[in-house]
Design a protein around this ligand. Sequence first.
Ligand code: TYM
Length: 328
Amino acid sequence: MKEVVFSGVAPSGNIHIGNYLGAIEQWVELQSSNKYQNIFCIVDEHAITVPQNPEKLREKIREVTLLYLALGIDPKKSTIFIQSHVSEHAELAWLLNTVTPLGDLQRMTQFKDKAKKQKSILAGLFNYPVLMAADILLYQTSVVPVGEDQVQHVELTREIAKKFNNLYGEVFRIPNVALKKETKRIMGLDDPTKKMSKSAENPANYIALLDAPDVIRKKIKSAVTDSGTEIKYDLENKPAISNLLTIYGGFAKKPINEIEKIYQGKGYAEFKKDLAEIIVTELAPLQVKYKGLEKNPRKVKKILKDGAKAAKKIASQTLKAAKNAMGL
Ligand code: TYM
């Protein structure tokens, strides 16, 4: 049997170039290696760990599904499904909650960051990493391709799996994280000290995959830069230009030192103008495919139905083994 790749995006906010360069691009690469069984989930039950408007959430779930497909996740090679369509996720999360120390969840930096922004902190937000562990462990996953901000959650997943296996016998495979070295952390265009975030209040923080060309040009033009004039990768002294170089390299598929050479003696304005055009050009085919898929809701519904069926087949076996091991 092939080893399993599993990952997901939460359908909240606007999916941006950080999500693509950090995570989804890896999925497409892993898929085309033909080495793995690929499972990609739209993790809607994660989205509801902060308050959501039901109508908007429904729309976002649809948007993320279409983006997966438009970005090249191929239902013939990968299983694509919606988390809430496979009830085993919520059920295994409950079982895993009973082996997860409270202190481990209190350490999660993403929880601490997100909690700061909430008026009332929901128990679901606190337990979110346990649901993520369930997502991964249900499929006996080997490889979890994500951005750097999810590493701590995958590490916790490993700990939860080991603890469960120690207590109840070998039920879960221990997964490994996969990161894309260059683009694992894309920073905000408005503040290069914070990661690009789909829940950012200021849309100038990110470039959404569905942003129109003129919006992309405007956002890149107004992106924060550093003092000086040189186009040079220097995280400490030039965090903003370094981030733009990373994005440039990610889309143009060029090493950073080559890009630095191209812009030797040239200014920020010229660099930014070219960068905007590269992003516009690279996102254009995806946006065309997205529009095409929008016209074919029946096809998409069928993909999700088949995906949920295939996912459930695996998930139900693992859940059964976990319950059995626990004496339930
Ligand atoms: P989410 O929806 O916040 O982000 C989706 C993916 O994008 C990556 N990412 C980034 N990569 C580089 N630079 C950035 N600025 C950036 N922002 C986000 C994330 O690391 C992620 O890979 N909890 C997860 C979803 C999830 C999941 C899972 C992932 C739920 N269950 C099981 C893997 C396996 C999340 O909220 O990602």
